[in-house]
Design a protein around this ligand. Structure first.
Ligand code: ADP
Length: 295
């Protein structure tokens, strides 16, 4: 049965309650879901509380990254663990058999460490060391398939496992893209606190509703900040074989139903118009395929 991968943003404004209710509904309708989440907002809050405030840098390639020294990595692990537990708690309260994991559990998500970060600071390039960030490289798809086959809904925190066995802060969108690619997912949905990609941010009426893969690179060049990283995730998922990536609003009542119905920015493989059938719910009868106890 096909799988849909969902990334829930770590930014303020996205409702966990609305998401878990919709996850329950989508599972009941026969979908198989894998959830990946962020933790940026919670990491910022924790850092402020313990006197280690967040610092953001712009890399030489134009992306925005969190400066992650060892202390920040540890705060990131605590904060993402809390986000993970809240999601699992919310799902458990609705009878969903959710299983919380981070990428270091069971070698779920391997990553390549960036030994240093080249950042642009007042127009000058600076090298930052003591960096604990990584780029997701490999997913233990067999583990996820085992969990899904046993009826669990995996919930993944964006902590990667470096080659030396070290934990690394990885970007949640790119982690979700890797997971979608490795699982052969039919779709990847990136829920965030805007309606999708905005042509002229922050004007919410300037939503870009469809982007074929062939036009993605040009859109990325025009897009800045955090949204650029999401588009990079979308590009990576398409390159790994995912046919549809949605960047959609996580602040609405039923965010998954809306995204699956095509609301948001839909990015499709190839160069054509979006396929009519790809967003359809699974054809199998929920009663046959999703026994109550296996959600
Ligand atoms: P999340 O934590 O939900 O993954 P991010 O903060 O990483 O969200 O990315 C979403 C943010 O990207 C938006 O809240 C917005 O501030 C920013 N952004 C920058 N450019 C754009 C754009 N062109 N369209 C939409 N959002 C944009």
């Amino acid at each position: 049965m096909s799988i849909d991968v969902i990334k829930m943003g770590g930014a303020a404004g996205v409702s966990t309650q609305a998401l878990v209710a919709d996850v329950e509904a989508q599972l009941a309708a026969g979908r198989r879901l894998v959830l990946v989440h962020g933790g940026s907002d919670e990491t910022n809050r924790l850092g402020q509380a313990v006197g280690h405030p967040p610092e953001f840098v712009t890399t030489a390639s134009g992306h925005t990254s969190r400066r992650t020294d060892r202390r920040t990595l540890e705060l990131f692990m605590m904060a993402t663990a809390l986000v993970n537990r809240r999601l699992v708690e919310g799902l458990a309260a609705r009878g969903v058999l959710a299983l919380g994991l981070s990428g270091i559990d069971g070698r779920l998500l391997e990553a390549r460490r960036k030994p240093h970060l080249r950042v642009v600071d007042n127009g000058r390039v600076r090298i930052l060391r003591d960096e604990w960030t990584g780029t997701p490289t490999k997913v233990n798809a067999a583990l996820l398939h085992t969990l899904l086959d046993a009826g669990y809904t995996p919930v993944i925190a964006p902590v990667g496992l470096g080659q030396g066995g070290e934990a690394l802060n990885v970007d949640g969108d790119r982690a979700a893209a890797r997971v979608a690619g490795a699982l052969g997912a039919q779709s990847l949905t990136l829920l965030t606190n805007v309606p999708g990609v905005l042509r002229s941010f922050p004007d919410e009426s300037s939503l870009v509703s469809h982007v074929p893969e062939s036009e993605l690179a040009a859109l990325m060049e025009r897009t800045e900040g955090r949204m650029k990283k999401k588009l990079l995730g979308a590009q990576e998922a398409l390159a790994a074989g995912t046919q549809r990536v949605m960047i959609a609003d996580g602040r609405v009542e039923a965010p998954l139903a809306a995204a699956f119905a095509g609301r948001g920015t839909l990015i499709t493989a190839g160069s054509g118009a979006p396929s009519e059938t790809a967003s359809e719910a699974p054809s199998e009868s929920p009663a046959e395929t999703r026994p109550e106890a296996s959600r």
